[in-house]
Structures are given as structure tokens and as C-alpha cells.
Design a protein around this ligand. Structure first.
Ligand SMILES: NC(=O)c1ccc[n+]([C@@H]2O[C@H](COP(=O)([O-])OP(=O)(O)OC[C@H]3O[C@@H](n4cnc5c(N)ncnc54)[C@H](O)[C@@H]3O)[C@@H](O)[C@H]2O)c1
Ligand SMILES: [Zn+2]
Length: 381
């Protein structure tokens, strides 16, 4: 027997800045050159078409930034524009396209692949970066509330396949994440809001004071007040990154996905809705459902459950979608298949997080389908 334990160290950092592509902003330059000041750093940048279309001048600002810092940075070609949104994850076409750019521009493992866009685009670019040459350096610049507060600051990437979310993907900590709050200015109200669901999710399972802070900020958040949004994103990103770095299972080798409260249903209703629902919108519904289930099981006090639903509602979320009532030929709710799919994504025993109080998640290994059905019916009312 040859038996080693291999330890690999990763650094995981999220930097916060404003106007990242202003020529005088040193954040990106520092991230790309740190420790290697004498080298010309080569980078391929992939940008979300939705962002680019809504922010005139961004393309020039990116090119200008790399020209200004041409002593140490080189953009290997014009920014590669790729459509944003979930479609980008629904085939391997875009991943191949980025691989092909990496090949044609002769990028090596020490070169950078930068993703600039929403969570979907970042998941796809992260997969391409992690798999070309078995992993190039990857820098993320998330441009939606959801990606700045959650997905962009994590260590997972992926695309969808076989009607399942994130079926193909890897765990690959990015070289760095840069959250530029100014980039959110052009988001639709819908995409400003969607990310709130992930912040509420993490507050509910981990941090009661954060939940109460969101409650206090409900009015300004509903109006998309920049300072309130900044506070929410900052704390949510902190809690997500902290979990990855300190909870002991960054690559989810166990059976639990402790941060994925409300996600077994969310991941099922997204494809059922043919991705009409944004991930964050599906999470709001999933959180509402598992909150009601926790209450019906007697684990969560009714007043707490009401607070959760009221907060989601006041922020503008729909808490129900017709897909929840779809049934199979045995009149069993189709959404319940999401439980087994959730389990199968990790292996091991089913483990989902539920609530016994605000800020107090706990794990269960069984779900009573009849009680869950009651929760669905209650939500529909
Ligand atoms: N990897 C993870 O750990 C993780 C965690 C949570 C969610 N996710 C994934 O994230 C995805 C959802 O991401 P999302 O909520 O950011 O939505 P999204 O990436 O689908 O973007 C939504 C829309 O906003 C546009 N857009 C992006 N930035 C913009 C800007 N600044 N201005 C104007 N338009 C802009 C996009 O083009 C798109 O049309 C889902 O695929 C979900 O599964 C991944
Ligand atoms: Zn999520």
C-alpha cells in the first residue's frame, strides 16, 4: 500500500472596489501582477453581452485599462463577448469557444482568464478556465447582485446537462474575485432583487443579526437604494466566503451542502420552468417552501416563519409558481423528485438544511412527502 495524505493550500479572496476599469484604479493590476512584478501578464477577458449592451463605453474602458497598464498587462485579444443568462450554461458550446481562444492565443496555465458578468456567465467561464490545460488562473468580476453576494465569491463552476443544473462542473478556487459595486447600476430591477434571496438564505441558516439588518433595510432594499444593497452584498459575500474557508469541506466531499437551504426545490423548478425563473427567484420560492415545511414539522415557531415570508414578499418576490403543483401519473408532486436529484448530485444520504429558528439551520436526512405537499398547498394559497 502506498498511502499519502496530500494537502493543497488555496488562497481565497474577495476584493471590493468601485470603478474597476478606471485607469487610476490599481485593484485589477495588483491582483494580476502580485508577486511577479517583472512579468508581462497575459489575459483573456470574457464579458457578458447583457452587461456590455447596457453599459456603453465599457468595452473601450476595458481596452483602455489594459493599454494604460501596458507595462505589465496585456489583453491577448479584444474582449470576447458571450451572451449572458442561463442559456450560456445550457450547452458546452461556449466552454469550447473559450477553450479555442485559449488555444489560439497560446495562453498557458499562468495566464489569466477573466470573467466579467452575471453568475451564469461566470459559472461557464470558470469551467472553461478550470479545464483548459487542467486549470488556468481565473479572475471573476461579478456584475449581478446574486453573483457579488454568492455565486461569484464561491469555488464552484458548472454548466447544465440532461435537464439538471450544474451537472458538469468542477471545484476550482478563483485566483481572486473583484466586486465592483458600480457595475450593478445597469441591472434590471429583477436582477437587482434576485440576489437578495441568497443573502436571506444565508442569514436564515447562519446569522440572525444579518436577517434583522435586512428587515430594517427592507424599504431601501425594495427601492434598490445603493447603500443598503452594498451592506447586503458585503455581509452575504463575507458569510459565503467564510463558510468555504473555515467550515472544513470547501469541495463538498461530505453529504451536506449546508449553504444550500431552499435549493433542492429551487434547482428543480428552474429547469421545470425552462429557466423562466431566475436562480434567485427560484431560491426565494424554495426558501419559502422549506420555511413552511420547518413550521409544519413544529421546528420553527410560526412567528419566525411569518417574518421570513413577509420579508421576501416586501422585497418583491413571488413565493409561488405553478410548476410546484405539477404531478406525475400517480398524482405525486413532480417537484419532490428534486430531493433525490439533490442527493444524487453529492452522493451519500439525503441531507437538507431546515430551520429551527431565524439564524439556526440544522440538517435532516428525511423529508415527509405528505407534509411537504401541505407546505406546497399552503404556499399556493
Ligand atoms: N457557482 C455557484 O456557486 C453558484 C451559486 C449560486 C448561483 N449560481 C448560478 O448563478 C446563475 C444566476 O446568476 P445571476 O443571478 O447573476 O443571473 P444571470 O447570470 O443569469 O444574469 C441575468 C441577466 O443579467 C444580465 N446582466 C449581467 N450583469 C448585468 C449588468 N451589470 N447590467 C445589466 N445586465 C446584466 C445578463 O446578461 C443576464 O441577462 C445561475 O446559473 C445559478 O445556478 C452559481
Ligand atoms: Zn443559489
Amino acid at each position: 500500500v502506498i498511502d499519502y495524505t496530500i494537502q493543497v493550500r488555496f488562497r481565497h479572496r474577495v476584493l471590493f472596489t468601485d470603478h474597476v476599469f478606471d485607469p487610476g484604479n490599481e485593484t485589477l493590476r495588483t491582483v494580476l501582477t502580485e508577486g511577479e512584478p517583472a512579468r508581462l501578464q497575459r489575459a483573456l477577458l470574457v464579458v457578458d453581452e447583457g452587461l456590455l449592451r447596457s453599459r456603453l463605453g465599457l468595452n473601450d474602458a476595458i481596452v483602455g485599462y489594459f493599454q494604460t497598464h501596458g507595462d505589465c498587462l496585456q489583453l491577448v485579444c479584444a474582449p470576447v463577448v458571450v451572451q449572458g443568462g442561463e442559456q450560456v450554461k445550457n450547452s458546452c458550446l461556449h466552454v469550447s469557444q473559450i477553450h479555442s481562444h485559449i488555444d489560439r492565443r497560446h495562453l498557458d496555465r499562468q495566464a489569466y482568464v477573466i470573467g466579467l458578468g452575471g453568475g451564469a456567465l461566470l459559472d461557464m467561464v470558470g469551467l472553461a478556465a478550470a479545464t483548459a490545460h487542467r486549470g488556468c488562473r481565473h479572475v471573476r468580476l461579478p456584475t449581478t447582485t446574486l453573483s457579488q453576494a454568492d455565486s461569484g465569491v464561491g469555488v464552484k463552476n458548472g454548466i447544465n446537462a440532461f435537464g439538471k443544473k450544474n451537472f458538469i462542473g468542477t471545484f476550482a478556487p478563483p485566483h481572486a474575485v473583484i466586486n465592483d459595486f458600480q457595475l450593478l447600476g445597469t441591472l434590471s430591477p429583477r436582477d437587482k432583487r434576485a440576489g437578495y434571496a441568497e443573502a436571506i438564505k444565508v442569514a436564515l441558516i447562519r446569522d440572525r443579526p444579518f436577517f434583522e439588518a435586512i428587515e430594517r433595510d427592507v424599504e431601501p432594499l425594495a427601492q434598490f437604494d445603493p447603500e443598503a444593497m452594498r451592506r447586503l452584498i458585503r455581509r452575504s459575500a463575507e458569510l459565503h466566503a467564510n463558510h468555504i474557508a473555515t467550515a472544513g469541506d470547501p469541495f463538498e466531499l461530505g453529504s451536506a451542502r449546508p449553504l444550500d437551504f431552499g435549493h433542492w426545490a429551487a434547482h428543480k423548478i428552474e429547469p421545470m420552468s425552462e429557466y423562466r425563473l431566475r436562480h434567485g427567484e427560484a431560491v426565494a420560492i424554495g426558501v419559502a417552501l422549506d420555511t413552511l415545511y420547518s413550521r409544519l414539522q413544529g421546528w420553527l415557531p410560526e412567528t419566525d416563519a411569518d417574518r421570513v415570508l413577509v420579508l421576501l414578499k416586501r422585497l418583491g418576490f413571488e413565493l409561488f409558481t405553478g410548476e410546484l403543483l405539477w404531478t406525475d401519473s400517480n398524482r405525486r408532486l413532480l417537484v419532490l423528485n428534486g430531493l433525490e436529484e439533490f442527493r444524487e448530485h453529492l452522493g451519500g444520504v439525503l441531507t437538507i438544511t431546515l430551520l429551527r429558528g431565524i439564524g439556526q439551520g440544522f440538517e435532516v436526512h428525511e423529508v415527509d412527502p405528505q407534509v411537504m405537499e401541505r407546505a406546497v398547498r399552503e404556499l399556493s394559497r
